[in-house]
Design a protein around this ligand. Structure first.
Ligand SMILES: Nc1ncnc2c1ncn2[C@@H]1O[C@H](COP(=O)(O)OP(=O)(O)O)[C@@H](O)[C@H]1O
Ligand SMILES: [Mg+2]
Length: 253
């Protein structure tokens, strides 16, 4: 590897498509490219194919490993403006309470938190992407989609059976709360994918343990999102009713 041209060499190797490479070079700093290269060299993925989503705090790409398996690679921006908000979610969570209040440490802890949350969520039987690896601001996880097409969100493609959707979401909330002691804190139709009729929960970087001082508030916000979504779909529910439906599952799950 020619030293003077290291980042160019690296990026060409794992982003073969020129247009995609241009996007990459514009959006990511050298250290992020290095982090990607590190994960690629460890075999977690081989090449990055194309962007799936460009959000405020992260970009998500479709990648492939050497065996041709699809992977989702989520890259948190190190120049996002929401550090203070992110810090609050980290600081109140005993797993990450000691994070230093600087941009880099906050973003790195955030990626690690999403990885840990995905592990925990998988363990309690809520469908979510299987986490594969993380390094600094980069997270590699199972790709949720069919062939190379990412599954649409529930917002884009609602379930035909609205009662089934409600039951599944209430089940998710109950398992998170009672088995994982976790509050998603951004639970909505945008962060649930519809994989051919199966619901898959995503975007769990902000999820906090129930001991977080604001956990109750976050939980009620999640419940309000659910109530609003289903009421709009004709299944009238108040936040209190959704809460009662979740609590009713405590002994059953
Ligand atoms: N594991 C995944 N498989 C397929 N698509 C994904 C995956 N994770 C995220 N996405 C896609 O990327 C979008 C943004 O991801 P998300 O985790 O919600 O980040 P944010 O909303 O913070 O930008 C999702 O709405 C979804 O379309
Ligand atoms: Mg999202």
């Amino acid at each position: 590897m020619p030293k003077e041209n290291k980042s160019e060499f690296d990026i060409r190797k794992f982003v073969p498509e020129e247009e995609q490479r241009k996007t990459f070079a514009k959006v990511f700093d050298k250290r992020t490219i290095h982090a990607l290269h590190k994960l690629a060299s460890r075999g977690y993925f081989d090449i990055v194919e194309h962007v799936i989503s460009t959000g405020k705090e992260a970009h998500v790409f479709l990648a492939k490993d050497s065996a041709g398996n699809n992977r989702a690679v989520k890259i948190y921006k190190t120049d996002t403006s929401d550090f203070n908000k992110m810090y609050e979610y980290l600081h109140g969570d005993r797993r990450f309470g000691k994070v230093k209040r600087n941009k880099r440490d906050i973003v790195f802890a955030w990626a690690k938190k999403e990885f840990s949350n995905l592990l925990l969520i998988n363990k309690v039987g809520v469908s979510c992407p299987m986490p594969i690896a993380f390094f600094e601001n980069v997270l590699v996880m199972e790709f949720i989609g069919t062939e190379e097409i990412a599954s649409p969100s529930l917002k884009e493609k609602p379930l035909k059976d609205i009662k089934k959707a409600y039951k599944t979401e209430v089940g998710f909330l109950a398992r998170l709360l009672f088995k994982a002691e976790l509050v998603h804190a951004d639970f909505s139709e945008y962060n649930i994918l519809n994989r051919q009729g199966e619901l898959v929960l995503i975007d769990v970087g902000q999820a906090v343990l129930t001991t977080h001082p604001e956990a109750e508030e976050f939980f009620e916000r999640d419940l309000r999102n659910v109530a609003k979504y289903f009421s709009k779909k004709g299944l009238k529910k108040s936040m209190e009713e959704v809460k009662a439906d979740v609590k009713a599952l405590e002994k059953q799950i």
